[in-house]
Design a protein around this ligand. Structure first.
Ligand SMILES: [Mg+2]
Length: 232
């Protein structure tokens, strides 16, 4: 190959690489949705009823599993997460255009709405399929445990909220004061182990985050949809 041809090949390669890099850059730009588009898409998913349908489908299979196992195990129990599993905080998230604002006051009408202040106000509404699961579990003589990453200073408000929404339970386990974990699983799985060590058979655990579920100590796990936030 002559040096002239070599130069041509090198030039074509450079052009191809540059074109590919440019195409990738524009693809990345095109495939990254704007925050506005994401907010709209979340709102459509929830307002259209698709979220409720997806949620109900998961609880239905959890319910079927509960029915099949409750009579066949020693001291049957279920473990439920609270936020976006048993109680819905969507009004608070909607007030923040679906952003997760943890601290500060909550102005639910005009926003912003701090999540902790919202939870302290005990105004979250029951997610009906989970409420039905809770009632069915109690009817079958199955113990119900809530394990939540809510801080323990929210115990009274949380129990009030759950009670007023119709839930019944054996125990609510909250995140101990001044403790934090790299993942919710590092708190929740050991709490499930403590329940199992007391002689219960946890037939299922259900939550909207994968970190609610990993780490064992439940026969089956059921992952609910959450289009709004992710917790490690
Ligand atoms: Mg949750």
């Amino acid at each position: 190959m002559s040096s002239h041809t070599n130069r041509n090949v090198a030039f074509v390669l450079w052009m191809t690489t540059a074109a590919a890099a440019s195409a990738c850059a524009s693809l990345r730009g095109a495939s990254t949705p704007s925050l506005y588009e994401t907010q709209q898409s979340v709102e459509r998913y929830i307002d259209s009823g698709r979220y409720d349908a997806d949620f109900a489908r998961v609880v239905k299979s959890a319910s079927g599993y509960l029915e099949s196992r409750a009579a066949h195990v020693t001291r049957p129990a279920i473990v439920l997460d609270i936020d976006e599993t048993s109680l819905s905080n969507w009004p608070a998230y909607k007030a923040n255009s679906w952003g997760r604002v943890v601290n500060g006051d909550c102005d639910i009408e005009r926003g912003p709405c701090g999540l902790r202040a919202w939870q302290a106000s005990a105004r979250a509404t029951a997610l009906k399929p989970t409420l039905d699961l809770d009632k069915r579990a109690r009817m079958l003589g199955v113990a119900v445990f809530f394990i939540t990453g809510r801080p323990s200073n929210l115990r009274d408000a949380t129990e009030k909220n759950l009670r007023e929404q119709g839930f019944e339970w054996d125990e609510v386990i909250l995140l101990p004061a001044d403790q934090s974990f790299p993942s919710a699983a590092d708190f929740k799985a050991p709490e499930r182990k403590k329940i199992a060590d007391r002689g219960y058979t946890i037939v299922l655990t259900m939550g909207d985050q994968q970190s609610d579920l990993t780490g064992g100590y439940a026969e089956r796990t059921f992952k609910l949809p959450n289009p709004v936030y992710f917790l490690p």
